[in-house]
Design a protein around this ligand. Structure first.
Ligand SMILES: C[S@@+](CC[C@H](N)C(=O)[O-])C[C@H]1O[C@@H](n2cnc3c(N)ncnc32)[C@H](O)[C@@H]1O
Length: 321
């Protein structure tokens, strides 16, 4: 009897081990192939299967993922440039006032400011912890920039380059001043903390801003607005963006496809119920923005972004006011 029980116990243990292995394999495969959204969902499903009584791991109801960029483009301030940045046009940013809605931990906001020399860029996110992280990264970037400049000054050959560069900066600044009458300086003279700022804000519910912008970015955010505040929330956000843009301004939109909504619809009761009621799916955004909101025209910035992780290869559009 005791022997039979022992055998039975071993059999159960083995089955459990095999199940765990299979689940580990599934998680690893998702880490390789899937988006972080898929990973979050899969992780929850696996947890629910293996221990239905245990509480789920942290969910991210607004797409407010921690380590989002660690997953997309690597860790640390020296991480790779986000592949979306290379398809954006310099003229949308250089010497312009910009707004980045749903900036997460601010990495793309900072990379844009650095590469395209914005006059100003404000990153907004609903999650205050992400905004704190964004400020932390900004301080890191500024320190790195400072160290780079110091290094440059310490090298004789580089010193000559510095002179040339500073001459270029001066010329560029004065030309820019002459061109558009603005008083903005080039990034050679200002450090990033003069250009970049961050603020916690729920863009759908916040009061109107007291300034307008030349360029507004909304990258991989519409699904979260849509799921959390429904069609009304999305229309509110689009209308607000239109009003915040100066005439001739550009709205850079990277919407998530409808297929990806399904994966996240269960992050909360609200998203579950909004998902069922959504009438204006992403395929309809173009018509909504042009015919109802009032944008003049749209340009497809990219329909296929090579070099992006699986699940992040989404089209990007530029809507002109
Ligand atoms: C998937 S992330 C995209 C981050 C970044 N825009 C990018 O593409 O690299 C979505 C971000 O939008 C933010 N978000 C969602 N709803 C928001 C709202 N109503 N107002 C401000 N931020 C919001 C989330 O906190 C999250 O950081």
């Amino acid at each position: 009897m005791a022997e039979r029980n022992e055998k039975k116990r071993k059999r159960i243990e083995n089955t459990q081990k095999q199940q765990n292995k299979k689940q580990d394999g599934e998680v690893k495969k998702e880490e390789r192939d899937g988006s972080s959204e898929e990973m979050a969902k899969k992780g929850q499903e696996i947890q629910a299967k293996s221990n239905p009584n245990k509480k789920f791991k942290k969910v991210f109801p607004y797409g407010n993922y921690k380590s989002y960029y660690g997953y997309r483009i690597g860790k640390g301030p020296e991480r790779e440039e986000d592949p979306r940045i290379r398809v954006l046009k310099k003229e949308w940013f250089e010497g312009k006032d910009c707004l980045d809605i749903g900036c997460n931990s601010g990495v793309v906001t900072i990379q844009i400011a650095k590469k395209y020399n914005c006059k100003s860029i404000l990153g907004l996110d609903i999650d205050s912890a992400l905004i704190e992280e964004a400020f932390w990264y900004l301080r890191k970037f500024v320190k790195m920039e400072f160290a780079e400049k110091k290094n440059t000054n310490n090298t004789n050959v580089k010193a000559v380059q510095d002179v040339n560069e500073s001459e270029q900066c001066t010329n560029k600044s004065s030309n820019e001043g002459a061109d558009n009458g603005s008083s903005h300086q080039s990034s050679c003279e200002r450090n990033l903390s003069d250009i970049v700022s961050f603020r916690q804000e729920n863009f759908v519910r916040s009061r109107p801003h007291d300034k307008q912008y030349d360029t507004i970015l909304c990258l991989s955010v519409t699904k979260w607005i849509h799921l959390n505040w429904g069609d009304d929330g999305l229309i509110t956000a689009f209308g607000k963006i239109w009003r915040l843009l100066r005439p001739g301004g550009v709205f850079v939109l990277e919407p998530q496809p409808w297929s990806s909504y399904e994966r996240n619809r269960r992050v909360s009761e609200t998203t579950r119920s909004n998902y069922r009621d959504i009438k204006y799916r992403p395929d309809f955004f173009r018509e909504m923005l042009l015919d109802k909101i009032g944008f003049r025209r749209v340009e497809v910035v990219t329909s296929d972004l090579s070099g992006t992780r699986t699940g992040f290869n989404r089209p990007i559009f530029a809507y002109y006011k």
